[in-house]
Write a protein of this length. Structure first.
Length: 500
């Protein structure tokens, strides 16, 4: 049996968690929109065509923001095609994913859906094929009250009140050669700067996210961030970073070690931001928007066989297993432990496309990764505390000194509660985790939620939707501000503690 210990102190804080780190993402890709959140004629659809079963599951996840409409999709997107009478909207070949986009679901439908789902839009503007003019126009359409061409056009389309969208992405993955309208760091940095100036002149209340690197291994990584921020540091609020992990090698120990790489990525981007801050002698701090992250690889081969130029194919439909859920849990722990700089994050994506929620014509169900995300989003609100976690370590193919136990501690002072999140990465041994929480006085364990299965590759499907599902353990003990917690092998754990 593994033995690990955790010590924390309520006066040693990493930072307050911005709830937006539990955001997600809906792109016009595959069945994320069509058959995912929108399916007129479905027995689950409301009068607007929105799937009520999907909305119910999104509400379970308690998602505060949803990024839209892309993603790669946004870099050739004409937002005007998506508003106005549906019968008059243009169908277009969509270049990023080589499908047909009907524009039946568009900007106003997304805003309306967001309100029903209890979330808020995080909009992206097209800086691939378009630029400043289209960005200021869509902002005018969404946020200007009335009396101008685009604000009056919104009112004509049936939306009297402004959408008042506060968070905007300045393009998507512009460092990537795969991107429509790919640019150099100098080209993008200057365009982002000028676009940001125009948008904030129109609406000073908005926040803007500049494109950072689309992966740690991009050849321009580091130089891209410093060059882009050298241009637009004073005009933007965040810089983005994206990452996806795979287990093509079927090396589970190395796969679960990727949370170490994610942490390194965050620290490197933070350093780049602070380099420009120092260079400019600025008092302003640029924070991070980790607005695409997940596991993505199961569907790669199937996607190569898809017919092109069809509408809403079954694309990027990864079926997740337990080990995917464990890595997602460790990635959530990494975000929580970096909450001082990561203020926004988006699990990519939300429904059907590399997603925690899947749908068919006969229902919707939770994938394995649904559970750690739901637990973190609902119980990970408050302040992240500094911890000293003494855990056994291992070496993998790409990493050294990987802790078997990943953990984070969140203190919700208002609710007088503490939540410990922990992943046991061992495939053979349970672990005993002793937690020293004496700074909080008397404590008691309210609940210990565990996600595990004997089969690391176990999945949830429509026919077996609860094959991998949370269980509840009541064998933990607490005394004199200390508690002893049992972490089963290959498990995600949520320990909810009440301060007496």
């Amino acid at each position: 049996m593994l033995k690990a210990s955790l010590i924390t102190d309520k006066y040693y804080k990493i930072g307050d968690i911005d709830p937006r780190i539990y955001g997600s993402f809906i792109e016009h890709l595959g069945r994320a929109v069509y058959e995912g959140i929108y399916q007129p004629g479905s027995p689950f659809a409301d009068v607007d065509g929105f799937r009520s079963d999907t909305i119910a599951l999104v509400k379970e996840l308690n998602v505060p923001i949803v990024r839209y409409p892309g993603g790669n999709f946004v870099s050739a997107y004409n937002w005007e095609d998506s508003v106005g009478p549906v019968a008059e909207r243009r169908k277009r070949p969509e270049l990023a994913w080589q499908v047909i986009e009907s524009n039946e679901f568009g900007l106003n439908e997304f805003v309306k859906w967001s309100k029903l789902a209890g979330t808020a839009p995080m909009m992206a503007v097209n800086l691939g094929t378009r630029g400043i003019d289209a960005a200021r126009n869509v902002l005018e359409y969404c946020n200007f009250k009335e009396g101008t061409y685009y604000s009056d056009l919104r009112i004509k389309h049936g939306f009297k009140k402004p959408h008042d969208i506060k968070l905007w992405c300045l393009g998507n993955e512009m460092d990537g050669p795969w991107q429509i309208g790919h640019k150099s760091a100098h080209e993008y940095g200057r365009l982002a700067w000028e676009t940001a100036k125009a948008m904030k002149t129109l609406d000073p209340s908005i926040e803007l996210v500049a494109c950072g690197s689309s992966g740690l291994m991009m050849p321009t990584f580091g130089e891209w961030e410093s060059t882009v921020l050298d241009y637009c540091y004073d005009s933007v609020d965040y810089i983005s970073l994206h990452t996806y992990y795979n287990n093509h090698a079927n090396d589970s120990a190395d796969f679960l070690a990727n949370s170490v790489g994610m942490n390194d990525f965050i620290k490197s981007v933070t350093a780049a931001c602070d380099y420009i801050k120092g260079k400019k002698h600025s008092k302003k701090q640029i924070n991070l928007s980790f607005d695409e992250w997940n596991v993505w690889y199961h569907s790669n081969e199937a996607d190569k066989q898809l017919e092109k130029w069809v509408h809403a194919p079954h694309q990027l439909e990864d079926v997740y297993n337990l080990e995917d859920a464990l890595l997602v849990g460790s990635m959530l722990i990494t975000l929580i432990n970096n909450c001082d700089r990561v203020k926004i994050a988006c699990l990519a994506q939300l429904v059907n496309v590399i997603a925690p929620i899947m749908t068919s014509d006969t229902g919707a169900w939770r994938q394995t990764i649904f559970y750690p995300f739901m637990h973190a989003s609902n119980y990970g609100r408050g302040t992240t505390l500094q911890t000293i976690c003494d855990s056994p370590v291992y070496d993998s193919r790409n990493y050294t000194d990987v802790p078997y136990i990943d953990s984070a501690v969140v203190w919700n002072e208002k609710e007088e509660s503490i939540t410990v999140f922990a992943v046991n990465k061992s495939f053979t041994e349970d672990a005993v985790l002793t937690c020293d929480l004496r700074q909080f006085g008397d404590i008691s364990i309210n609940e210990h939620i565990i996600l595990t299965h004997d089969d690391l590759k176990a999945e949830n499907t429509e026919n077996s939707p609860v094959n991998v599902a949370p269980i509840y353990f009541d064998g933990d003990t607490s005394e004199d501000g200390r508690c002893t917690i049992m972490l089963p092998k290959q498990s995600w754990n949520v320990i909810r503690i009440r301060i007496c």
